[in-house]
Design a protein around this ligand. Sequence first.
Ligand SMILES: C[S@@+](CC[C@H](N)C(=O)[O-])C[C@H]1O[C@@H](n2cnc3c(N)ncnc32)[C@H](O)[C@@H]1O
Length: 387
Amino acid sequence: MTQRADPSGTPPGLDLLGPCGAEIACLFTPPFLVLHRLSGIYTARVCLLLLLDLGWEARLRQGLTLEDLCQELPAQARKPLAWMLPFLVGAGLLQCQGPSFLLVGTPDLDLQGLRDEVEVAAPGHRSNFDLLDGVRSHIRPFFLEGRTGESLLFDLALFPLWLAYFRNENLAYLPNNLLTLLALREGLPTGAKVLELGAGAGSFAQLVAQRGAAEGWLGRIADYRYTDIALAFLRRAQRDLRTTAPGLPLSFQSLDLNRDLGAQGIEAASLDAIVGINVLHVAHNLERTLVDLHSRLRPGGRLVVGECMKPDLDRPLYLEFFFTFISSFTEVELDPQWRPRHGFLTPEAWAVALRHAGFSQLQATPPPRPLMDRHPDFTVGAIAATV
Ligand SMILES: C[S@@+](CC[C@H](N)C(=O)[O-])C[C@H]1O[C@@H](n2cnc3c(N)ncnc32)[C@H](O)[C@@H]1O
């Protein structure tokens, strides 16, 4: 989903990718590299166009601070704007003068040209851009009427675009699943009981079934409990996954990681692996959730966390545009030590949080440093943490 080579388009060398390097390197195809680069540019243009849609061009041309902009807006507007303004500076579409943000000249905001380019380089990926357009066209009432991001972005019109995004065929999303799969696969015991959190559209379960069968390790999984808080995803998975993830011994359950897991029927020390891809960052109290997850694993069991990873906490990632309007992403309990920010974290911040919750033997796929120092656009990874 989120890694990109450096601006010159050079993918990281095998020496930076760790023991699974050869499998990871396969992700850096030319279509992926183009898609990733253009997705960042497209997101930035959509982001500025949204501010112009909201009627703020004249004020941006005069220069204004976050405080200026937030006056007269619902309080919920502050976090997205605090993300959007520096993101646009980083993308070269706004200038920063002290605390003020300034629109200068006539920036290139052409979207169609980028769409055409991506259709040539990575055919079939226009729906990623449709999702960005959908966020732009749906989100205005968030700023103007105080409507929630959830109600505006998870409606029937956008749901198919989210489903289209969270697929292994989406080159931009596949790395999230593949890196997590590599981390899960290592050390999976025979007869393993696995639970997936926030399993959503089911793309990870499909990849486990497909790669596990092809590589001969699927039989090691005795039970794969597919869970999500959203009933729409669960129902869809129950209907489709026995066909699309053949051979995976599935069971299904509604599960909210913010509620006590024991009270939701997950017995203590009963699981060999718990895996979650881009879901654990919504834990309202990350410490409580990680401690609870730790207690559900057998000794030697592993929590495998697949996440978008920030090279440093202050660097905006283009993917955050989707989520910065969602309260479960932004409204979490913070702690300066082990939950320094809402949303996506650095690999180091995850390591601190996992150790704080009692996990040990942390293994990252791929090892994040020096990789992310040399390729700051490599922004996805998986960490396996042992009980
Ligand atoms: C970013 S998506 C991850 C997508 C998923 N891995 C896939 O490939 O489709 C996050 C998922 O977490 C789920 N989720 C959100 N809040 C949750 C919670 N409190 N407990 C469990 N799942 C949650 C959402 O319903 C969604 O399916």
